[in-house]
Each structure stands twice: as structure tokens, then as C-alpha cells.
Design a protein around this ligand. Sequence first.
Ligand code: ZN
Length: 253
Amino acid sequence: MLKQVADGVWVRQSDWVWSNATVVRGEAGLILVDPGIDGSDLNQLADDVDRLGIPVVAGFSTHPHWDHLLWHSRFGDVPRYATHGGAQAASEARERAQSMAAESASGIPLELIGLLTPLPDDGGPVPGEIVEHQAHAIGHAAVFLADRGVLLAGDMLSDVLIPLFDPRQDDQLRAFESALDRLAEAVRHVDVLIPGHGAVAEGPEVTARLAADRAYIDALRQGEEPVDARLEADWLAGIHQANVEQARSRSAG
Ligand SMILES: [Zn+2]
């Protein structure tokens, strides 16, 4: 079910890691941001979008990880955009993304994974401002809809996921610090925050999300163990350990 969270902004959450597909109304029509995850999710999203009665004019992928590179023929043969870096990384990682998708969820149209075009400088049909940074993945983008007070954060600012370092880039502490600085500018003008995974945040919860990611990164920068409620989830232990090791090797080297 699509839930409207702001004027012309709807969210549908999947069971798979609380993934959020976001539908944004632009001037020319709808933009589907990170639609997912499994085949029945995608079909239900297509049904929901049909009910809105507005054509889909584009897709947008916040970053080149498989769960953000999905599409379905029912959304139409329209351009699917990402940042230059994101589109490039997605095309290089396409086969890997296809096999990860096949392993992780059923009914995903594998042939449609990761077919992205760099977003034109004027943003094309995608409304708002793209906040690009290198935290979590190359060419990661948030979409900041200032006029609607909404930020689509991709895999940042989640209540269920700690910051996830990109193992392919070597200074993720610094990448997160600068990404969070950039997102903080947007957050000041935002009432609704839509993370790639987890609950939509509203009101004061929005700045609390930013503070939680910052506190986590600050602790790793200091070589301390973060005090973070998200770490109570056992399934994040391995990810946290990998982050700690990357942070440590960075400060040692
Ligand atoms: Zn994700």
C-alpha cells in the first residue's frame, strides 16, 4: 500500500529489510525512486501507481546496490536516472547485482536491473535538488524536495540500519562526515525524512536520525564503541565489526 507522506510524495514499504519505494510527483509525471523489492512488491507498487492515474515518466536510483537498482516492465520503458558516478558503478556491477537479487528475493525481473542513465545537469524530470556524496556507495544521492519539506535519504539516516561503509572505498569515515554535513543543511528545511530502509521520520525525529548517524561516526573516529540502539539488532554485528576494522585500519595507516 502506498502511504502519502507529503504533497505528491508516497511511500511503499517492503518486508525485505523494511525497504522503501518512493513515488514523487514531478511536473511531467511520477518518478519512482528505488522501487523494490520482490516481484509481488513490484506488482503491487504498479497497481498502486495505476490507481494514482498519473503516468510514470522516470525512475531514480539513489545508489548502485542491487536493492536500489530494480524495475518492472509495468512501470514502463522510461529513463532511469542516477548520478554520473552511480550510473557508471551500476553498469560495472550489473552482473553481481543480478546474482545478489536472484539470491535474495523472488520474482525480480533480472534483465531490468541496473539500466541507468546519468541524470542531466538540469535534473530532467526529477524534481528538487540532488545531494551527492560518497558515503555507503559511489555516487550516492539524496533527493531534497525543499518546497515540500521532504528528504529522500537513500541508505543514510535510518532507524534500523547503522551507517554501512563501502568496502570498495578507503576512507568512509571521512566520506560519512562530509555526507552528514551536507545532509544537515537539507535536514534544517525538512519535516519528513524517507530513508531507504526503516520508518519514515517526521518532525523532531528527523534531526534525531541525523544525530544518531553522527554519534556513530564520531565514536568510530574516536576509536570508541558507539552507544547506539540500532546495535541491539544481532544481524548488524558483522556490519558494525567491518566498519570498526575499516575505521581502525584507516587511522593506523
Ligand atoms: Zn539498501
